[in-house]
Design a binder for this molecule. Sequence first.
Ligand SMILES: [Zn+2]
Length: 171
Amino acid sequence: MPSIVQELSGQRDLGGLRMVMECPAEATVLREGPAQDSGVGAAWLAYLCPAHAVGLDGWPGAADHLDPGTMSCGTVLDYRSAEQQLQSHADLWLTSLTGVDPAAHDGWADVLDQADRVLLARVDEAAVAGEDSPLQNMLAFMDVAQRAAARGDLRVAATSLAYCETFAQGL
Ligand SMILES: [Zn+2]
């Protein structure tokens, strides 16, 4: 018998594992995202505690299912294409953090290159002021994301942005 995750995802391969918020609670709800643009299965599955199941922006679901509480709140299984995951990162945190809007750029290599430059400049500014920037933790992963996108590997770029997303919650 397939698990509920296999069933809801249409048994697709997992595209990315994300932690979209810092919450110590165990999830009690498995939120089923909207259907994929093509084919079967949900675009994503999010594990949420009761508080976040009510008040979470950016993750509008198609349905909520009971979860036995085995995963941390904020865990998201993302089954979308790499490009769609990159867009989701932009919508949820990358554009507000860096000011770089994908709509104003020509492709993800360019977007991530610009975002990388913005972060680097901020870390440098902090260093000049004698401070350690919390953005520093993100730089190595943003650099990997940028170089992966430049060689056309959007899957690795999306995975690297998922690490950045986790750091972004601590800011
Ligand atoms: Zn929570």
